[in-house]
Structure formats: structure tokens, C-alpha cells
Design a protein around this ligand. Sequence first.
Ligand code: DP6
Length: 386
Amino acid sequence: MTIFSASSTAPVNIATLKYWGKRDKLLNLPTNSSISVTLSQNDLRTLTTASCSADFDSDKLWLNGKLESLESVRSQACLADLRGLREKVEAKDESLPKLSQYKLHIVSENNFPTAAGLASSAAGFAALVSAIAKLYKLPEDMSELSKIARKGSGSACRSLFGGFVAWEMGDLENGEDSKAVEVAPLSHWPTMKAAILVVSDDKKDTPSTSGMQQTVATSDLFQHRITEVVPKRFEEMKKAILAKDFEKFAELTMKDSNSFHAVCLDSYPPIFYLNDTSKQVIKLIHRLNEQEGKTIAAYTFDAGPNAVIYYDEINEKKVLGLIYNYFSQVAGWEKYSKDVSTLDKIEVQGTNPDIYKGVSKVILTSIGNGPQETTDSLINDQGLPK
Ligand code: DP6
């Protein structure tokens, strides 16, 4: 059997200016532009192999070893767009195999637990789109491909780039100008680090898709956020990134996380993503910054209680010193290559020493690259997962 295949990896991204709200649900067109930092694929990435063959009889997806449906409107939209672009390539060169007509077998694996609530759908759709684009030898650039990934999951469009990424909301009804662009590559500010505190939580969070619909429909504060707050912050944050102004970047990041959670609370009925541990982490970071007399760390929280703490490597001894002091009993420090004894022992007043009990894992990572082509294949010569 002749099988065509290609593989790509894609990263997780964590927004520093949040996407929250859609103006078009089907096309995933946002009500505001957003900005994110792409995280290193050494710690968090999806690897996807896309294959196609005249002998396959249906489109199939295996995710972390389990057969999953590709029937969702979102997955269908991505596959239809990619096949459409392949048809254009084939129309220009009659000699090419008609891959656009073949069924696809896609195998995808994350190097981190999907359940941890770490933006796995963003990396997942970005890897799916980049692997199929490579299989189809599409000439489109990453911004063009980001529009396809966006239809899979809004935040996925930002995982097509490394470094610092903006998703420009656009204003066209068909979404053709709603795409991701690079603000600055990884090489611009390679010392940007992230410590993720995976916060244990039993309750099921409101999924982001329905949560944002609820906010758009019911929150008055949301109107203020999208018309007044975010447009200004978008420009300020890009400026802070280009100037490598950590203090400004951090302030804007924390304010935007708080603004996003405020519009969640202002939704009716209200949506709560932060739990008690999350709130204690917020206080911890503010107290650290106060004690230091300058902003050396920034927290941000997505649609769940996990904390992502950004800091510059220059302050690693202090920021990790603080985190180690309170969370040394939590798994994750084995990966820290430098000796923890070199960290400053930073304590802040008023912190509950039991705070570590609410955290199940610490992930120490940094800013990273965009999708990478790879020769690692997850598919065997029968077109099935290896
Ligand atoms: C809070 O991209 O998961 O993480 O477009 O409905 O798939 P859909 O939503 P999704 O929402 C992400 C929301 C967020 C903020 C962000 O990543 O910008």
C-alpha cells in the first residue's frame, strides 16, 4: 500500500492578553485581538503525523493512543480548508498525486497529560494543521495556516509561531484578516521563563467556548473591556515586548488576567475559574514584587485554576527561590538542572505554609519555537499508530 505521510510538532501558547469572546462562533472570530508567549516544546508539545492513502476508507484520528472523532464542525472545517488548498496545488501540476481525494489517518501525541488543562487543544490543532500542510506541500505561510487552525480552536492560531505572537482580530466577516502574526521571535528575548503551577481541582470548569458565549451575552463590563481596555493594552504590550521592558510587560499581563477573570465574574450566572490556591498565588506574586521594590514576576490564569508565572532569567534565583520555598514538596523540581541550593530562600509575609497542598505539579519551562517539521513518525507501514 502506498502511504504518504508527514509529521510536525507544535507548542502550547499562554496568552498574556486574553482572547475571550467571539463575534462569529462558526469561524471563531474574536471580539478582541490577543497576545501570547509560545512555550518550549521540550516540556509541552504535540507531535502529529498526518498520512493519506488511496487505500484508507475513512478519515481517522488517534489521540494519545485512543481513536477520536473527527466529526466535529471544527475539525471538519480544518480538513476542508486544507484539502481545498491541496486541490489548488494539484490543479497547477497534473503530475501530482491527488492527495486531496484520499482519506487521512492522523496520529497525535502530547508529551504532557491532556487532563492537566494546559491548552492542549491549541497545540493539537496547530500540529494537525502544520502536519497536513506539510503532507500536502502547501505553499501557504504560517499566518495563512493560522486562519485554518483558528477554526479548530481560536487560541490554536497563535501556536503557529514561536516567541511572542499576536492574533489580530481583523474586521472582515469572512475572517480572512483574523490571523496570527509574530510580534518578536524567540531570539529577541530568549531569557523569558515560565513556571507553571498545576493547581489541583475536582470541579469541572465551564468550557472556554461556552464560557465566553455566556460572557458576551450577559456581562456589561465585557463591553468596556473590548472597546476601551484591550485595544490600548494590545499596543502597549507589543511595545513592552519590543522594548524588552519586563516590568511593563508583567504589569499588563497581570492586569489582563485580572480583567478576564473579572468579566467572567460579571457574567450571569457568574463563571469562576480561580480557586483559593490560585488567589493565594496571586497574592504571593504581588508580595514578592512589593518586597523586591520592582516587578520581577507576573502571573496569568486561563480558563482554569492553573497559574503560569512569567519571569526573566536574570531574576531566576529570586522567583524560583520563592516558588521553591513554598512548593518544594511538589513534583517537578527533578527537571531543574541547576542545584536548588543556589536559589535564594525568599519568604513573604502572610503566606499560608500549606499553599503547596493545592498544587499537584510544577513545570519549569521557557519561551520556545513554533511548529517544527520532524522525521519522527507515529504511523506504521499499514497506516496505523505505531
Ligand atoms: C482563556 O481557544 O480554547 O485560554 O476558540 O472556543 O476553542 P475556542 O476557545 P479557546 O479559548 C482560550 C481562552 C483563554 C484565553 C486565550 O488563550 O487567549
